[in-house]
Design a protein around this ligand. Structure first.
Ligand code: HEM
Length: 452
């Protein structure tokens, strides 16, 4: 019974205080034991976090992040790659990487078309109270069209996403989660039909065969990797970016705009090349993801017995114990990031690509400067997501203006995925469609002269 109560109090504290529960008095050792809904060994800095990056020291628990489980029904029983290990994980990750490579070819032209359509729609509204959902719809329709050859309705995907992680390990009744799960199950047949009828479905079926993954399992792997891992994180990052732009001065914002415009002029518009060169904008985005990562918690079960920090904290971990790496605190480590709590948009400008502070950015579940591989669970969507997020931000900054309804305030609730406490709403949104169209290479009739 004691365990049940510690789990319950831990869960309540974790949901109320988020990462601050792990440093209640401002400080804590880099590794210690606590209960945040389940008993965990918490890892808080760059050295101790390695235990949830190195596949020799952790393994994933099927369908589960510590105290929070995934609805198996919403996945028709198929375990997504992020919860699998060994050969099963390797096959699924290889499939995902191949599917993303195929999708990447179509991505620029699909993205540019969707920017014009969605931003144009936002600008025709008096207010945009549901801005966060609309950003999700925009990314979701872009990425599903690039991958499947036809977009899947963004609201259907959001309904499905909202019902995925709804299985809390607690006796406290949570009726609203039951409802979300039911809605997700209702949305699934329409999503499935849209994918099966999409032009690239047979191509993806072939990829499943190539990687030895059964077709339904493979399509769920791609769907979950894209909607849950990808679009949810990208949406959170852009919403946080819009909120952070509110916190810097006009002169600072203007600096980012001018350097981005210079790159656009040099290259004649938005393209993979010009986006790659937008280093000031990239620094801004990395700083957003440093202070407001969409995923705070990296879970894993100890694969064997080992000792962490034997000379200091000397924590003896037993095989099967729950590990919890916390990226929120690791990216606020003052020994790595000078003035760690301050938002400095130009922090990474001029930094060596392989070294400096960038090496200690962990928001993709591994160092920003190291590539993912088939054995670890590091994000394989880095190239896709940075192209999409930087191109979107470039258009927002250079060809749009908006007014927030409320000033953003962060108390870092995990449920808000790094976003400010209250949903970001816009009082108005203006879009200079013709200018943006020229930068995106889209004619006023919405055709693209240079299919990229
Ligand atoms: C701001 C953008 C993004 C962030 C911060 C991010 C972060 C992460 C993190 C932290 C994980 C590890 C999850 C875990 O194991 O606990 C992950 C995994 C993953 N991400 Fe991303 N991600 C982003 C964008 C994307 C995009 C755009 C895609 C798809 C195109 C994507 C696809 C995936 C997939 C498939 C996995 C599972 C990898 C595996 O099973 O080994 N991510 N991501």
């Amino acid at each position: 019974m004691g365990g049940v109560w510690s789990n319950t109090f831990g869960l309540i504290k974790s949901l109320m205080y988020g990462p601050h529960m792990l440093k209640p008095d401002g400080e804590h050792p880099p590794v210690f034991r606590t209960n945040n809904g389940v008993p965990v060994v918490v890892l808080l800095n760059r050295d101790t976090m390695q235990y949830v990056f190195n596949p020799e020291t952790y393994e994933k628990e099927p369908f589960c992040f510590g105290y929070l489980g995934m609805s198996k029904d919403a996945m028709r029983g198929h375990c997504p790659s992020m919860f699998t290990n060994g050969e099963d994980h390797r096959r699924k990750k290889a499939l995902l990487i191949d599917a993303y490579k195929h999708g990447q070819k179509a991505l620029p032209s699909v993205l540019f078309k969707q920017i014009k359509a969605h931003f144009g729609e936002w600008s025709r509204l008096d207010e945009v109270p549901d801005f966060e959902d609309r950003v999700f719809h925009f990314f979701s329709e872009t990425l599903t069209e690039a991958l499947f050859g036809r977009k899947v309705d963004g609201q259907l995907c959001l309904t499905w996403l909202n019902g995925l992680m709804t299985d809390f390990k607690t006796w406290i009744p949570m009726p609203s989660l039951k409802r979300k799960r039911r809605l997700a199950l209702e949305a699934l047949p329409a999503i499935w039909k849209a994918i099966e009828e999409a032009p690239k479905y047979q191509e993806l079926v072939q990829l499943c065969h190539t990687h030895g993954v059964e077709v339904e399992e493979g399509i769920f792997t791609i769907l979950c990797g894209t909607i849950f891992n990808g679009i949810a994180a990208e949406t959170a990052a852009i919403v946080s970016s819009v909120a952070c732009l509110h916190t810097i001065s006009d002169a600072e914002k203007n600096d980012i705009i001018q350097t981005t415009l210079q790159v656009l002029e040099k290259h004649g518009g938005v393209s993979e090349e010009s986006v790659g060169e937008m280093k000031t904008l990239e620094s801004f985005l990395l700083e957003v993801l440093r202070l407001h990562p969409p995923v705070f918690s990296f879970w894993g079960l100890a694969r064997k017995d080992f000792v962490i920090s034997p000379e200091k904290e000397n924590i003896q971990v037993r095989k099967g114990e729950q590990l919890l790496g916390n990226c929120f605190w690791a990216q606020r480590d003052g020994s790595v990031f000078p003035d760690p709590d301050r938002f400095r948009w130009n922090r990474f400008v001029g930094e060596d690509e392989q070294g400096g502070q960038k090496k200690h950015l962990f928001f993709l579940r591994g160092s920003w400067t190291e590539a993912y591989d088939f054995d670890n669970h590091q994000c394989p969507g880095q190239d896709i997501s940075f192209f999409m997020m930087k191109a979107t931000l470039a258009v927002l900054l250079c060809y749009c203006s908006w007014k927030l309804k409320d000033a953003p305030v962060w108390s870092d609730k995990p449920i808000r995925l790094g976003n400010p406490d209250d949903p970001v709403r816009l009082k108005r949104f203006n879009f200079r469609s013709e200018q943006a169209g020229r930068a995106l290479g889209i004619r006023p009739d919405n055709t693209s002269p240079n299919s990229i």
